[in-house]
Structure formats: C-alpha cells, structure tokens
Design a protein around this ligand. Sequence first.
Ligand code: TYD
Length: 213
Amino acid sequence: MKPGKFITLEGGEGAGKTTQAKRLKEVLDSANIENVVTREPGGTFGAEAIRDLVLDGTHERWSGMTELLLMYAARLDHMEKLIKPALARGVWVICDRFSDSSLAYQGCARGLGADRVAAVHKAVMGGFKPDLTILFDIDPILTQKRVKTRGGELSRFDTETLEFHKKLRQGFLDIAKTNPERVKTIDAALSRDAIAAQIRHIAMKQFEGLRLG
Ligand code: TYD
C-alpha cells in the first residue's frame, strides 16, 4: 500500500485557504483519491479543545512560548491520531495550517525566533513534514478588510496590528525561500478559480504521475 500524501495550506488571515482546501478535496475526489480535510490548531477532539483555549481571549492571555507549546500539544495529538494513521492507510491529508504557521506566527511575528520553534518542532515531531505546502501570499492590507467583512467572531490573531501581519507575511516568504522543493507560493489576490487551477497544476508537478481532471 502506497502511503498518502500530506498537503498543507499556509498563509496569513483571510487568504482563502479554507475555500481552496474544499476545492482541492473535490479535485482529489473526482480522481478517486481517498482524502481527508483537516485543520490546525485542531483536527481531533483533544486538539479542538486546545484550539478554543488558544484562540479565545485577548492578545495578552498567553505568552509566545506558551502559545507555541499549546500549538505543539494540539499538533502532536493531531499527528498521532489522525494524520499519520490516514497516511499509512493510503489516504491523502489536506491540512489547513501546520507547523509553518508556528514558525511564522510564534517564531517570527511574535518574536520567539526560528531557532526556538525549530527546537520544539524537532523534540515533538522529529523529522515529520508535509510533502507539499501551498503558501497563500497576499498583502495584509487587503486581507484585513476581508477578515473584518467576513462576519463571525474575530480570534486573538485577527485583531493583531498591521505590523504583526506584515512580519507574518515576511516570515512565510522566508520559509518558502528556504524550502523551495516543498513550499510553493501562490498569489492569493487572484480569483478563486485561478487559484484552484494553480493548485491543481502544482500538485500534478509535485507528485509525478498524478493525473487530475
Ligand atoms: P483560524 O480561524 O483557523 O485562522 P485562518 O482562518 O486564518 O486559518 O485560526 C487559527 C489561528 O491560529 C490563526 O490566526 C493562526 C494561528 N496559529 C498559530 O499562531 N500558530 C500555529 O501553529 C497555528 C497552526 C495557527
């Protein structure tokens, strides 16, 4: 049995990842590739409970390091109970955010530093990493408008300053620069259809022999 592929979607707030996760699922479904869509922080019962803790409240509720450890507690549960078992059964996993978010948010925007995040990552996850990461890149000025008009409750991160979101964007772009094989950047200001087409194309290129309609 061939293991499934692990695809993560990353980027700042309101960049359209969630919509594209669903679109990618439809594409895989029509190619008869069994798949599951999940998200971080969350994805399992325990990790969703940690998600509530980490997203609710004010900025000051958690320090950067506490936030990082909560993210990794959730991630370990998610990896052990959902991601790894699915991949082992040959199921593809599409994950809305993963460890690059910890590097960009806690490491860069919150200022913990890449080294500390990498050390926690290694201790908790070993060498585990996605087979493909799609980075949704967009000017935070555009997304701040989207986030405010999309309705629903704002999380602790949605209400951060523009400065925070600029650092975040740079953090993600640096990750893409240092991991060109794994991380592919797309312009998230494009239309939904154009982005979906790009992702399909990127996946076919990344996974040799993959045919998507
Ligand atoms: P969510 O509402 O899912 O955001 P979005 O729709 O933009 O993906 O909330 C997840 C928040 O958690 C988001 O603001 C990013 C943050 N986060 C981190 O700070 N570190 C992490 O490791 C992860 C996975 C998420």
